[in-house]
Design a protein around this ligand. Structure first.
Ligand SMILES: O=C1O[C@H](COP(=O)(O)O)[C@@H](O)[C@H](O)[C@H]1O
Length: 205
């Protein structure tokens, strides 16, 4: 969320057309919205509470549902928004085409809640799915699937910290060519993918 800090300062805060923004979560932990593990809470506290994005354009998950119910509900919400033209649809894939997806990456190479070796990495039909056994706590989450991630117009993959340097090296360097690709290596949007690394994350390149 620190990525958005600049947007809270002039000239950006005053020049961005905030009324055009619609905000979604690529993945979310199935916890109450005021829980410290909630991605909504993180985004709200550090960013959304400080910008005039219309509250109706902020699409949090329904935290009263089970993980499966919340994933289905979120997918239904996306389908309504594609049908009403709020979200574009990819001509190539038929999946929703977001203007921009902002992804992080864990030290194991996971993106969203798609973890190395997990069968959800191969989901090809659902838009949003759920996981009950996330290796990183909390275990219950919802996540966009790779077809939705890869239909995006643009993806910014933001990686910070020396704990991720080995995986960055594996993904972007010349090593590990014969290994099973990590989730971060499966990110391949229709439009542009840009990696943003701090010095520590890039230290082994
Ligand atoms: O659990 C999650 O982790 C990753 C990245 O983890 P980090 O704490 O090492 O930055 C994040 O990108 C993902 O969206 C999130 O739910």
């Amino acid at each position: 969320m620190g990525t958005f800090r600049k947007l809270l300062e002039p000239p950006y805060i005053d020049s961005i057309e905030w009324s055009k923004w619609h905000v979604f979560w690529v993945d979310e932990r199935v916890v109450p919205k005021d829980h410290d593990d909630s991605n909504y809470k993180l985004a709200f506290d550090l960013f959304l509470s400080q910008v005039p994005i219309l509250p109706g354009n902020v699409y949090a998950i329904n935290d009263a549902l089970s993980a499966e119910g919340a994933a289905d509900d979120y997918e239904t919400c996306l389908k309504h928004l594609v049908n009403s033209g709020v979200i574009a649809k990819s001509e190539a894939s038929g999946f929703p085409k977001f203007d921009l997806q902002l992804l992080g990456m864990g030290p194991d190479g996971h993106v969203a809640s798609l973890f190395p070796g997990h069968p959800l990495c191969k989901e090809s039909k659902k838009w949003v799915t759920h996981i009950l056994d996330s290796p990183k706590p909390p275990p219950e989450r919802i996540t966009f699937t790779f077809p939705v991630i890869n239909s995006s117009a643009n993806i910014a993959l933001v990686v910070c910290g020396g704990g991720k340097a080995d995986v960055v090296q594996r993904a972007l360097g010349n090593s590990g060519k014969n290994e099973e690709p990590l989730p971060c290596q499966l990110v391949s949007p229709e439009g542009e993918l840009k990696w943003f690394l701090d010095k520590s994350a890039a230290s082994k390149l």
